[in-house]
Design a protein around this ligand. Sequence first.
Ligand SMILES: *Cc1c(COP(=O)(O)O)cnc(C)c1O
Length: 376
Amino acid sequence: MTDRIREFLRRRQDDGPCLVVDLDVVRDNYNAFARALPDSRVFYAVKANPAPEVLRLLASLGSCFDSASVAEIEMVLAAGAAPDRISYGNTIKKERDIARAYALGVRLFAVDCKAEVEKVARAAPAARVFCRILCDGAGAEWPLSRKFGCEPAMAADVLEHAHRLGLNAYGISFHVGSQQRNQHAWDRALAQAAAVFRECGERGINLSMVNLGGGFPTKYLKNVPAVKTYGTAIFRALRKHFGNRIPETIIEPGRGMVGNAGVIETEVVLVSRKSEEDEVRWVYLDIGKFGGLAETMDESIRYPIRTPRDGGETAPCIIAGPTCDSADVLYEKVPYLLPVSLEIGDRLLIEGTGAYTATYSSVAFNGFPPLKTYHI
Ligand SMILES: *Cc1c(COP(=O)(O)O)cnc(C)c1O
């Protein structure tokens, strides 16, 4: 919570939940990444918060961008970044979308199998490709599963295939899992990346780049290490596995760039109990899973929630959204402690909501409009 957001909310007239993002915090985060990893180029992961204000600010600061679709590429171009600052980092692309990205000037693409390499070779001749390798996501609160990337042992074949088809086999990427609270998670992935570099080298293909992905955390309920700590651990791991031949590196922060810049204001619609003896209250808010809080799925991300009555006695609550879908419960397995004096109409602040919220909100489920957003 910043003074600017507090002041904005104090003057706000309109009704309904809203997200307010303080662009000064995004600027500070960008500068912290640039300082902590001075030799890495920053490719902001657009999906975390693609608001034009965020993209324009980061473009003006010199950031590059990791985009996952043609629409995201167009948003970045509209924000003023040239196509040589954009990667198409999704490993799952339609061939005609690759061709559109190529026509827009994009020359850097992610792949994780030979079939995708073949699409890129046809639709984006001579472009640079990097191969994503699997990472187990241990230590991450929002692990990214096995959906993206190939086994490291296959990566050299994928890159050799790219090389034979006239592409520039450029490097390796991985993602250690989002909200990664262990700064040493990069070590094992870098060991595997270095092994692929060696294997490709033996085949006469010299890779140049390691894409260190995202995963840098933002503060929710638990404390997280500072970006500087990640920078130091990553540099050590690079030295350990690449010796004095450290490759070009890029990072793709999403959550760590915008998460702590945003606050959602929401209103308590109902406080009730399921029986007279029930000790746990149900607190229904005017925002839920379909209004932008999709990352409460499996109760993975636990946002700090502030109330105007903090400081008094608390008791456990189940927190739910306003829609008529029974999946629209935010926290039940591990209830939240909220003040016993909490009342209908109270306005709560959900902190750390600058990333992965607004664009997840549905267009009109149950008639609720998408989350209103303000970037100040
Ligand atoms: C989502 C994503 C990111 C951003 O991840 P964070 O954990 O939010 O930093 C980076 N790179 C790729 C390829 C992604 O898909």
